[in-house]
Write a protein that binds this ligand. Structure first.
Ligand SMILES: *Cc1c(COP(=O)(O)O)cnc(C)c1O
Length: 421
């Protein structure tokens, strides 16, 4: 421990890296704080390659990088213990006010919010029932209705609360599916299949007094989606904190009705007898999530889109002299709703498959990850690629990395050009 003055002296250089002025460090408060040690590059120490993320907000690539202001807020939070319940409730109230909804809870990610929201629907009005999730969920209203086309890998987060998923396809089937055991109606916003609209989904569920929960995890931008779905009438909405919001990767949002958010919180840590006990969100991530929302609400959809377009423009400029090559900008309709670059060419002229281009970029220095839709017959999340497409997701790159991606793409593709047939 050291004094504030010594802390300020020791951390002016670090603060400058984060864009803080010394006066901002002075404002951290009068408490003694832990001495700031010089940062060790633990990635280098562990031998873990740093990558250029030309893919997007994928969990297996550590999703987004937090903006400098968010990183600074996380670092500040790390210096001070607080009461976790005080922090969760103050952060929730602040977020609810900024996102125009009744209540909010910060979870350890959208997947955790799916579980907490589900557990909340099963136990609403009966906090003591939290101890029964999932082992005795059969004693609760544990049926969850969803459209067949809305089944997706993350519905495991609903099932881990001991629910039974009831699939429907038509509106008539949906209306028939409600029983005294129905606890929740679930909607996957980015689903590409499903004939029942958002409005009908809400209307029918509410006619049976059943809460509706929508997963919109990857559906920012547009920024207004942060309030569009609660205002549409969904009782619970989740977003991932570490995707387009650019908060900590292990943070997420559960937004919605006050009684359901309170019930979700009763199923969350720090309560030991709860399904969410292992879904802890530390003070650093809670503050990081709040700071990321403050950051995002200062951005514009146009600004986010035009930055992505500038990056794709620079990559296209670097490779456009290659024979037979064509490019297209594609904006997926719901999830990852930002410009993506689709690169195609005649493999008779450039003799390498997109999959092998992805491998060459991964094995190069620096190591580059392109979008996993590359070379796939049907790319994920509205990115309809094919076996002959390289897909670049530009929005999670750091400034200047587009030039490196353009140069490496040119090296790999030009190295495979067939000079005569
Ligand atoms: C990413 C994602 C999740 C999980 O989000 P985390 O914040 O990583 O837990 C859930 N649902 C959908 C639709 C997603 O895209």
């Amino acid at each position: 421990m050291t004094t504030r003055r010594a802390f300020v002296r020791h951390t002016v250089a670090g603060g400058a890296l984060l864009g803080l002025r010394p006066s901002a460090l002075e404002a951290l408060g009068d408490h003694p704080v832990t001495d700031a040690a010089p940062a060790v590059d633990y990635y280098a120490k562990l031998g873990v390659p740093k990558i250029i993320n030309a893919a997007g907000t994928y969990t297996y690539l550590t999703a987004s990088v937090m903006p400098a202001a968010v990183q600074a807020a996380v670092a500040m939070a790390a210096n001070h213990p607080v009461r976790l319940r005080d922090l969760q409730s103050a952060a929730g109230a602040y977020i609810a006010q900024r996102l125009h909804c009744e209540s909010a809870l910060i979870s350890s990610g959208a997947a955790a919010a799916l579980s907490l929201g589900t557990a909340g629907c099963l136990t609403v009005g009966n906090p003591d029932a939290s101890k029964d999730v999932p082992a005795r969920a059969g004693t609760l209203k544990n049926e969850v209705i969803l459209q067949h086309g809305h089944r997706f890998p993350h519905d495991h987060a609903l099932e881990m609360c001991g629910t039974k998923l009831i699939e429907v396809e038509t509106l008539a089937e949906y209306e028939q599916a409600f029983t005294p055991r129905t606890g929740m109606a679930f909607f996957f916003n980015a689903a590409e299949i499903g004939q029942i609209s958002h409005e009908d989904w809400i209307r029918v569920a509410h006619a049976h007094s059943v809460p509706c929960f929508i997963d919109a995890a990857a559906d920012v931008p547009p920024i207004a989606n942060l309030w569009n779905y609660t205002q549409m009438g969904f009782d619970l909405v989740t977003f991932s904190g570490g995707k387009g919001i650019r908060g900590p990767q292990n943070a997420g949002l559960l937004l919605g009705r006050t009684d359901l958010i309170a019930a979700a919180a009763a199923n969350d840590n720090p309560n030991d007898r709860s399904v969410g006990r292992g879904m802890k969100v530390a003070k650093e991530q809670i503050i990081g999530m709040v700071a990321a929302l403050d950051w995002l609400l200062e951005q514009t959809d146009e600004g986010i889109e035009s930055e992505a377009r500038h990056r794709t423009d620079r990559i296209v400029a670097a490779i456009r002299d290659l024979p037979s090559l064509t490019t297209e900008i594609l904006i997926p309709p719901v999830a990852n709703h930002v410009p993506h670059l689709m690169i195609r060419y005649d493999q008779q002229r450039i003799g390498i498959t997109p999959t092998d281009v992805a491998i060459a970029l991964r094995q190069g220095t620096p190591s580059i990850e392109v979008n996993p839709g590359t070379g796939q017959p049907s790319g994920a999340s509205g990115l309809h690629s094919d076996a002959n497409t390289i897909v670049i997701g530009p929005w999670m790159m750091q400034p200047g990395e587009d030039a490196i991606v353009g140069r490496r793409l040119h090296e790999v593709l030009s190295g495979a050009v067939r000079t005569h047939s």
